[in-house]
Design a protein around this ligand. Structure first.
Ligand SMILES: *[C@@H]1O[C@H](CO)[C@@H](O)[C@H](O)[C@H]1NC(C)=O
Ligand SMILES: *[C@@H]1O[C@H](CO)[C@@H](O)[C@H](O)[C@H]1NC(C)=O
Ligand SMILES: *[C@@H]1O[C@H](CO)[C@@H](O)[C@H](O)[C@H]1NC(C)=O
Ligand SMILES: *[C@@H]1O[C@H](CO)[C@@H](O)[C@H](O)[C@H]1NC(C)=O
Ligand SMILES: *[C@@H]1O[C@H](CO)[C@@H](O)[C@H](O)[C@H]1NC(C)=O
Ligand SMILES: *[C@@H]1O[C@H](CO)[C@@H](O)[C@H](O)[C@H]1NC(C)=O
Ligand SMILES: *[C@@H]1O[C@H](CO)[C@@H](O)[C@H](O)[C@H]1NC(C)=O
Ligand SMILES: *[C@@H]1O[C@H](CO)[C@@H](O)[C@H](O)[C@H]1NC(C)=O
Ligand SMILES: *[C@@H]1O[C@H](CO)[C@@H](O)[C@H](O)[C@H]1NC(C)=O
Ligand SMILES: *[C@@H]1O[C@H](CO)[C@@H](O)[C@H](O)[C@H]1NC(C)=O
Length: 436
């Protein structure tokens, strides 16, 4: 609560003075919360005039931010984007121009440039007016949160309230973090001339927020001991998928999602059998490995899933672990009583995603591979990967649970992903950023 009043005070000051963008390098920070029912993540930013804290579904691969403009949208600074404007044409190749016969409102205007907001969890879409309005984000030196800075013309679109179905109860829209020039980090970087780089540290807890750091390549300090986790980053190139897979496809446009070149998956250091052609993105956009916040658990094409679970069971049996009744959607579970807990979670075989060479791998420890399920049926730890069927568009979709308490840096200036593996190994967590 004091968090809010503290910042409302700054916003009050901001509303009195217009603050020029400072010359020295700055970066921005926003808390990330995990919803305990949908297991999805949200980002809290400040929108409108006067500024309102606004909780948006965090979508790593989306192109445009959208907000429900029909429920309590009250702002003195919103503007529609005229169809004939250069901004409207720069927003994309497949836009529509709309007219409206209801009373004027954020979601209703004539000659208004429109976009197709999408819900990537339900894969539903709509057509809604594009808007600009004020956005503010607290600044950061990588260590703690400083005063906020205003971006007066943040570009996003409205959405009907129904597009929120399937997301966490609390959110009023979606924050796009994809490769598009109009994603949230892209607009922040373009407006303030800071590096086109952002870092995500998804919380493993539903009660303590993690953090997004926008416009900085580090340092990223966690805990009171100021542990700089950027020192642990290992890099792999970001791959471009030439064909997008949004509901409304923009003909000939590449995907705004983040793909990496996983070349093998090892269990306890031993490669599992995978048809390597499925790990390559083909000319139609099929295959390969992407990161996604639209799925709570990593989804694997069936033959990869079977190879992983077989190898995992085999390696676990060498640790005297015997599988017990499976709990859906998982198929490999162990009695919690048989599992030893280490500082990186349950002591189970490691799963490595190996990239461009054998020295570059993202190690997944028990805290990120296993899911605790306690209920009437017993108390078990299950291998937290799910079967994506025989012919999914993407062979490996790395989901939320596998990314938690790992810091991920999306550096579009260098076109690479930096990853730390579990920050629990460094004695910290993603919930240890020093929010005031
Ligand atoms: C989820 O969180 C809400 C609000 O913090 C709480 O009321 C609810 O009991 C929690 N639900 C579960 C299943 O933990
Ligand atoms: C919108 O905000 C203005 C000024 O803060 C206020 O006077 C007005 O009542 C608000 N309208 C609604 C519908 O909340
Ligand atoms: C759009 O134009 C039509 C025709 O001129 C008019 O009836 C309507 O009220 C206008 N809509 C808005 C939102 O101004
Ligand atoms: C909704 O968000 C508020 C803070 O904005 C939080 O206190 C509350 O616990 C959240 N409710 C749920 C169900 O997550
Ligand atoms: C990206 O957006 C900025 C404004 O945010 C604009 O100045 C620039 O021209 C855009 N670049 C491209 C390639 O569309
Ligand atoms: C625009 O998108 C629609 C729906 O996907 C598609 O039918 C149409 O061909 C696209 N138009 C252009 C010019 O890309
Ligand atoms: C992915 O890695 C493989 C094996 O090193 C390599 O042959 C391939 O060219 C890489 N793909 C891309 C898109 O970099
Ligand atoms: C590997 O997969 C490709 C298509 O994904 C298929 O054409 C090929 O036959 C497969 N190879 C083997 C050995 O299963
Ligand atoms: C099963 O595990 C044993 C012991 O770690 C290992 O020697 C063997 O190669 C594994 N077999 C398979 C199919 O993974
Ligand atoms: C597994 O169990 C056998 C027999 O009880 C024992 O000899 C062996 O040391 C155990 N191995 C591990 C890794 O605990």
């Amino acid at each position: 609560m004091c968090f809010h009043s503290f910042f409302l005070f700054f916003f009050f000051l901001l509303s009195l003075f217009s603050i020029p963008s400072p010359a020295r390098a700055i970066s921005f920070v926003a808390p990330i919360d995990k919803d305990n029912s949908t297991l999805l993540y949200s980002l809290t930013i400040y929108l409108k005039t006067p500024l309102q804290p606004t909780r948006l579904h965090l979508d790593l691969g989306a192109s445009f931010t959208w907000v429900d403009c029909d429920t309590d949208y009250n702002s003195s600074t919103y503007q529609h984007i005229p169809c004939a404007s250069p901004l409207c044409s720069s927003l994309g190749h497949n836009l529509s121009c709309s007219n409206c016969f209801k009373p004027p409102s954020p979601s209703c205007a004539n000659d208004s440039c429109s976009l197709f907001p999408e819900n990537s969890v339900t894969r539903k879409t709509a057509i809604s007016t594009a808007l600009t309005d004020s956005l503010a984000l607290p600044t950061s030196d990588g260590s703690t949160q400083g005063p906020p800075i205003l971006l007066p013309t943040y570009i996003f679109s409205c959405s009907p309230p129904s597009l929120l179905e399937g997301l966490a109860n609390n959110v009023t829209g979606l924050a796009a973090l994809g490769r598009s020039n109009y994603s949230l980090p892209a607009q922040v970087s373009n407006s303030f001339s800071v590096s086109r780089s952002f870092a995500l540290c998804l919380p493993g807890s539903t009660s303590d927020p993690g953090v997004a750091l926008i416009g900085s390549v580090g340092p990223y300090y966690f805990s009171s001991q100021k542990i700089d986790v950027s020192k642990s980053l290992v890099y792999t190139p970001l791959i471009l998928n030439p064909v997008g897979s949004t509901v409304i496809t923009y003909a000939g446009e590449p995907s705004d999602e983040y793909y990496i070149n996983v070349t093998s998956i090892n269990v306890n250091g031993k490669p599992i059998q995978i048809n390597s052609s499925s790990l390559t993105v083909d000319e139609n956009g099929f295959g390969g490995t992407k990161l996604s916040t639209a799925t709570p658990y990593t989804v694997l094409e069936t033959s990869i899933y079977n190879a992983l679970t077989d190898a995992f069971e085999n390696e676990s049996s060498a640790l005297n672990l015997t599988v017990t009744n499976a709990v859906k959607p998982f198929s490999v579970c162990y009695s919690a009583a048989d599992i030893i807990i280490t500082r990186v979670g349950p002591g189970v075989p490691t799963v490595d995603m190996v990239m461009q060479n054998d020295d570059v791998f993202w190690r997944v420890f028990g805290s990120n591979s296993m899911v605790r399920i306690a209920g009437e049926g017993g108390d078990v730890w299950c291998l937290g990967f799910v079967d994506g069927g025989v012919n999914p568009r993407t062979a490996v979709v790395i989901g939320g649970h596998q990314m938690e308490d790992n810091l991920l840096q999306f550096d579009l200036d260098s076109n690479r992903l930096g990853f730390t593996s579990s920050v629990l190994l460094k004695g910290t967590t993603c919930s240890n950023f020093n929010f005031p």
